[in-house]
Write a protein that binds this ligand. Structure first.
Ligand SMILES: NC(=O)c1ccc[n+]([C@@H]2O[C@H](COP(=O)([O-])OP(=O)(O)OC[C@H]3O[C@@H](n4cnc5c(N)ncnc54)[C@H](O)[C@@H]3O)[C@@H](O)[C@H]2O)c1
Length: 337
């Protein structure tokens, strides 16, 4: 099996991608500090504990496994936290990516799939958002993703390196087989918070109901984590086949408002729960919906689980049915929680 280094493999999207990589005949090796991840999530391939900033450890792991490529998820990904502590984000996301690329160059690993984000676009002038739309991020998190894309371009011009930057919209859902799912501590993502409310945990807060959208709440394009994992396998194959560097949107092309999301969770779970309204959060664009044609053209990627109800149902099933893993992950928590 071809070894692939997966930074952030103990996180949400990284762990699902390790499962997809294994199913596609690759040998994923997760490299994760466990600062925000969970060892229970590493079920497909080895776990090597280490931080991106630790160049010595990275070189040791790259030298031992000789991966054909790197899939780079490891980053901090909370918009609010990035507003409050931008240096944490520049150090971890930008500094970490530079350290990784430095180690890759030294160890002659010249292919990388990078987790970018729709946050690079900021407040888009038009919906749906194409890859050619101007990039003007409105929070430090989005800036770190844009900086990393620029670093990748500069490195690709300077030494043998090919990259595919995948700009995900909102990752959602859970493994349809119920083997893995989403568990962040603390949780900030809407669907797990809504499921927590449905499970009787607490009220759900909608931040802002006066946005210029059909019902006043933010509109987002939710993309199933298994579809994201599939896109990574396709991107990896494209690079290993000698494909060019590029940036691609990963979304479904359909937007859902927060009110629609609340309705979907009530419908799928069959449970009612309190909803309250809070002020807008800084750095939250009104609507983010992908034009996702390029990923289809370049990678043959077609998302399979586009319906919001399906995404919610998979996340709910994992939380309830496969709940043993969910509970263990929640109770264990990340190393710095
Ligand atoms: N979840 C989304 O909706 C979404 C959307 C767009 C982009 N992204 C990007 O996708 C990637 C994965 O997101 P996720 O939701 O799976 O996040 P996650 O927090 O679940 O996983 C990230 C993992 O990276 C690890 N990590 C972070 N910094 C590290 C470092 N310096 N060294 C080693 N390990 C480190 C964490 O411990 C964690 O296991 C991130 O880069 C994120 O910015 C996520």
């Amino acid at each position: 099996m071809t070894p692939i280094l997966v930074t952030g493999g103990a996180g949400f999207i990284g762990s699902h991608t390790c499962k997809a990589l294994r199913a596609a005949g690759f040998d994923p090796i997760s490299y994760d500090s466990l600062m925000r991840g969970n060892p229970e999530a590493v079920q497909w391939g080895a776990l090597e504990i280490g931080a991106l900033a630790d160049g010595g450890r990275l070189r040791e792991v790259l030298t031992r496994y000789r991966p054909a490529a790197v899939v780079h998820f490891a980053a901090f990904a909370y918009v609010g936290e990035s507003n409050a502590d931008p240096l944490l984000y520049y150090q971890n996301n930008v500094g970490g990516t530079a350290a990784l690329l430095d180690a890759m160059r030294d160890c002659e690993v010249g292919k990388i799939v990078f987790s970018s984000s729709c946050a690079v676009y900021g407040v888009p002038a038009a919906i749906p958002i194409t890859e050619d739309a101007p990039c003007a991020p409105v929070n430090p998190y989005g800036v770190t993703k844009l900086f990393c894309e620029q670093i990748l371009k500069d490195c690709a011009a300077a030494f043998p390196l090919n990259f595919i930057a995948l700009r995900y919209f909102n990752a959602a859902g859970a493994d349809p087989d119920g083997e893995i799912g989403e568990c962040h501590v603390p949780e900030t993502h809407a669907i797990p918070l809504l499921l927590e409310a449905a499970a009787g945990g607490r009220a759900f807060t909608i931040f802002g109901d006066d946005y210029p959208t059909a019902d006043g709440t933010c509109v987002r394009d939710y993309v199933h984590v298994t579809d994201l994992a599939d896109a990574h396998v396709r991107a990896l194959r494209a690079l290993l086949d000698g494909g060019d560097s590029m940036a691609l949107n990963l979304g479904t092309g359909r937007g859902w408002s927060v009110r629609e999301l609340v309705a979907a969770v009530r419908e799928v779970t069959g449970r009612d729960f309190p909803v309250q309204f809070g002020p807008r959060r800084p750095g939250d664009p009104p609507a983010l919906v992908a034009e996702a044609i390029r990923a289809r053209e370049k990678l043959g990627w077609r998302p399979q689980h586009c319906e919001l109800a399906t995404q919610v149902a998979h996340a709910w099933a994992w939380r309830q049915g496969g709940g043993k893993t969910w509970k263990r992950m929640r109770d264990l928590g990340p190393a710095d929680a």
